[in-house]
Design a protein around this ligand. Structure first.
Ligand SMILES: [Zn+2]
Length: 202
């Protein structure tokens, strides 16, 4: 976890920033929570996931006007909800919906960034970079993370946590595809306890 926050405030169980972005609307006590409650939360999320450096985050907070910030937040949430509704199909091998592709491309078009080839840990990939100066640049960086997920080879590894009241998604990177839970010490432990009590009852 990167960023200035001493304690991360957003879930990072997804194993991919676009999936973790979808997970900013988790279920708690049977109710959906909005973790991107305002524009400042969106900036903080991007800082925690290394999408913004601290100086970019500070500038976005102090220089963005309210109208641009509000429409950036609305656009980011629309991307999130459209990706969420695509995830079950994507995990089952279906193509990206036209609606999601349109939203991602619209956001990417607003970003005057550069593409470059990066080499990291023995892997090469395309990187989209450049200073993030406005709310629409920030939304474009979120869209870029989504485009990266949608064009990569991990779609068949996307799963929803099997916890009965959980709505979190993750990329299963275990070798044999054996991950079932967002967190073993949360939904996994709950399911094990439920199975234990069910066995004792019967
Ligand atoms: Zn879960």
């Amino acid at each position: 976890m990167r960023g200035r926050e001493p304690k991360p405030s957003f879930s990072d169980v997804g194993g991919n920033p676009a999936i973790d972005f979808v997970n900013t609307r988790p279920m708690l006590d049977g109710e959906l929570q909005e973790r991107l409650a305002d524009y400042s939360a969106l900036v903080r999320w991007a800082e925690e996931f290394g999408i913004l450096d601290p100086s970019e985050g500070a500038r976005l907070r102090s220089e963005s006007n309210d109208i641009e910030a509000g429409s950036g937040l609305a656009e980011a949430r629309a991307l999130r909800e459209t990706l969420r509704s695509d995830l079950p199909g994507l995990a089952a091998g279906k193509p990206v919906s036209r609606e999601l592709a349109t939203l991602v491309n619209r956001a990417l078009a607003k970003r005057p960034g550069t593409m470059s080839l990066r080499n990291e840990d023995g892997h090469s990939g395309l990187e989209f970079s450049g200073p993030v100066k406005t709310p629409s640049h920030l939304v474009a960086m979120v869209a870029y993370r989504m485009a990266d997920l949608l064009s990569g080879g991990q779609l068949s590894r996307i799963k929803r946590c099997e916890g009965t009241k959980c709505v979190l998604w993750f990329v299963d990177t275990t070798r044999n595809g054996s991950r079932h839970w967002c967190r073993m010490d949360r939904c996994g432990a709950r399911a094990k306890a439920a199975a234990y009590y069910a066995r004792r009852k019967s």
